[in-house]
Design a protein around this ligand. Structure first.
Ligand SMILES: NC(=O)c1ccc[n+]([C@@H]2O[C@H](COP(=O)([O-])OP(=O)(O)OC[C@H]3O[C@@H](n4cnc5c(N)ncnc54)[C@H](OP(=O)(O)O)[C@@H]3O)[C@@H](O)[C@H]2O)c1
Length: 314
């Protein structure tokens, strides 16, 4: 065999490998975002109640409404009692499901969990959506530019990180006993790829991604599905209710698609548009570019410009 033959054989093997990988990725995408529309999993099979943290606006409110529409009673958890009562009434009137509300502030740390556990006691909880999350700055910022850093660091970690395993350990034993359960953890694309200038937020979301994937591996044999959902931009209060488009999804549209993927994948970008954005970023903006000083400066400039435009519009 000549060197040319060896090179040709290796090139052929590599081409076949990438072709097969592409076919596999396309088949998975077809299942997650097209076939899943036709054959949806009946979410009532997990149990009677769904619990949603951060349920009074944005993605959490959309999950609560969509789960009620698909036949579950819903426990709504957030900070503001008035908003909780309004959303609960809306869901009861529109979908005829039962609701309960729990008013807590997740930034307060471990002290709130005995109260939540007492409120959830006796309910057959089939689905938990760990959605609550917060950012700490309106714009991209260097770590030392975080406003009120001493307090904010603890608050963000309590809200984005601590809430996820604490809520999980409350509902998981009941799910294991019944041999079925679904836990959906809302991460972010910046929890999959490190994002400078959002360092604390990005790191808290990477915890959510890893925790979800490890937990799914540990408990899938017991009938538990742990799904990590990692969106790009969704139009909510967190993103200053930016105009929805094919790239920036509305919360309701996003959640409708994301819930269809249950039973098809334990890791989802959430919707087709975000899956395509994720694939494009992996190819055109690898970590090495996104982490460079040049790119960070560009991002800051773009963020400042869009803030000025928003300011003028307001
Ligand atoms: N929007 C996006 O583009 C995007 C992208 C990727 C990931 N995510 C993630 O998606 C999740 C939801 O984000 P969102 O955009 O829907 O946010 P949002 O519109 O700001 O809604 C946040 C929800 O959480 C509640 N909440 C906030 N802080 C709380 C606290 N300390 N204690 C209890 N409840 C609290 C809020 O209600 P009250 O104010 O009534 O308490 C509200 O119901 C977050 O985990 C976020 O990181 C969002």
């Amino acid at each position: 065999m000549t060197l040319t033959d060896v090179l040709a054989a290796s090139g052929g093997a590599i081409a076949v490998f990438y072709l097969l990988r592409l076919i596999w990725t396309c088949w998975r995408g077809l299942q997650e975002y097209f076939i899943s529309k036709l054959w949806k999993v009946d979410l009532r099979r997990y149990g009677r109640w769904a619990v949603v943290t951060g349920a009074t606006s944005g993605i959490g409110k959309a999950y609560a409404a969509e789960l009620a529409q698909r036949g579950l009673d819903v426990v709504l958890i957030s900070r503001c009692d008035e908003k909780l009562r309004t959303v609960a009434r809306e869901i009861e009137d529109e979908y005829g499901r039962k609701t309960r509300t729990i008013q807590v502030d997740f930034t307060h740390g471990h002290s709130i969990y005995p109260y939540i556990a007492a409120e959830l006691r006796g309910l057959e909880i089939g689905i938990l959506v760990n959605n609550v999350g917060m950012t700490y700055s309106d714009n991209f910022a260097y770590f030392l530019e975080i406003p009120d850093a001493e307090q904010k660091i603890t608050q963000v970690i309590n809200c984005n990180v601590l809430s996820v395993p604490q809520m999980t350990r409350m509902v998981l034993p009941g799910m294991i006993e019944r041999g079925t359960g679904l836990i959906i953890n809302i991460s972010s694309q910046v929890g999959v790829h490190p994002q400078p200038l959002l360092s604390l937020y990005s790191s808290t979301k990477s915890f959510v991604t890893y925790f979800s994937q490890c937990l799914h591996a540990e408990y899938k044999s017991k009938g538990i599905t742990v799904q990590c959902v990692a969106p790009f931009m969704v139009s909510t209060n967190m993103t200053k209710n930016m105009k929805a488009s094919c790239l920036i999804r509305s919360a309701a549209g996003f959640v409708h698609e994301a819930l269809n993927t249950v039973g098809y994948t334990s890791y989802a970008s959430g919707c087709l548009s975000h899956a395509l954005q994720s694939a494009a970023i992996a190819v055109f903006l690898p970590d090495a570019i996104r982490m460079s000083s040049f790119f960070m400066k560009k991002m800051q400039t773009m963020a400042e410009m869009s803030q000025k435009v928003r300011g003028k519009e307001e």
